[in-house]
Write a protein that binds this ligand. Structure first.
Ligand code: HEM
Length: 225
């Protein structure tokens, strides 16, 4: 019973948000590295996508796991924001509260933009609903032409702008989130504290630069169909 109480407490919430968040960061890094194969040409990216599809057990376990982790992360984050809003600061706690409140509002705002972006992204590139003309193509080897649909997408300035907004939200969210999560999980050591603080911005820069490289290389015709 005590464990259920801890799980529902603010600190319990923060620990689960941190763990699920770090899991999602793992996906975002892995996804970016996979997508960078666009620079190697259609064969590399399409063969990689086909390899994932040829392992349906792995793919669906990973998809369902990812969805579960994302739902937990978002639901607990909403609960934490609502709880913080209800909390009434008194006396000396007011300054600290204001500081924490700016950080949590930034996380709530960038997290919400990110959620809208991911829903759009799934409709766009996975379901092909936002841009049916770019979907359902096959390459010369008979594989789904993931390379072709990504190139088609970022030749369009409207999609470039939407994805840039998503990258901005992702960058700000990650740079706050990673270091904060390490702190919440108590991963601290005097000798490495500066390194842990730098971990958030470093991961954010890595992921955002990787994704921006794909978007701009296509938009400026360096990578083409
Ligand atoms: C330039 C940036 C990005 C590119 C080029 C890209 C590309 C893609 C493509 C092509 C797919 C569909 C794969 C297929 O049809 O086999 C996909 C799926 C997906 N993307 Fe992205 N993506 C980008 C950024 C992101 C970001 C920032 C996130 C999350 C924050 C994300 C989350 C997902 C998810 C959850 C899926 C579904 C995975 C699945 O179906 O198994 N993507 N992405």
């Amino acid at each position: 019973m005590q464990r259920v109480g801890w799980f529902r407490s603010s600190s319990g919430n923060r620990v689960v948000i941190s763990l699920t968040g770090l899991g999602l960061v793992g996906f975002v890094v892995f996804h970016m590295l996979g997508n960078l194969q666009v620079f190697e040409g259609p064969d590399a990216l399409n063969t990689y996508a086909a390899m994932l599809r040829d392992m349906p057990m792995f793919l669906w376990t990973a998809r369902i796991g990812l969805l579960g982790v994302a739902i937990f992360h978002i639901a607990l984050a909403i609960q934490l924001v609502l709880r913080n809003r209800r909390a009434r600061p008194v006396g000396y706690a007011l300054r600290e509260y204001r500081h924490a409140s700016v950080a949590s509002r930034t996380m709530a705002l960038t997290g919400s933009v990110l959620l809208v972006f991911v829903v759009f992204h799934l409709l766009h590139l996975t379901a092909g609903l936002a841009d049916p003309s770019g979907n359902n193509r096959l390459d010369a080897g008979g594989h789904a032409d993931v390379y072709g649909k990504v190139v088609h997408a970022f030749q369009n300035p409207l999609y470039v702008v939407i994805y840039l907004v998503g990258q901005l939200a992702l960058g700000v969210h990650l740079s706050h989130a990673v270091s904060g999560s390490l702190q919440t999980l108590g991963i601290e050591h005097a000798a490495f504290n500066r390194l842990f603080k730098a971990a958030g911005p470093a991961v954010a820069l890595l992921v955002v630069f990787g994704n921006l490289a794909i978007i701009f290389a296509i938009f400026f015709g360096i990578v083409r169909a």
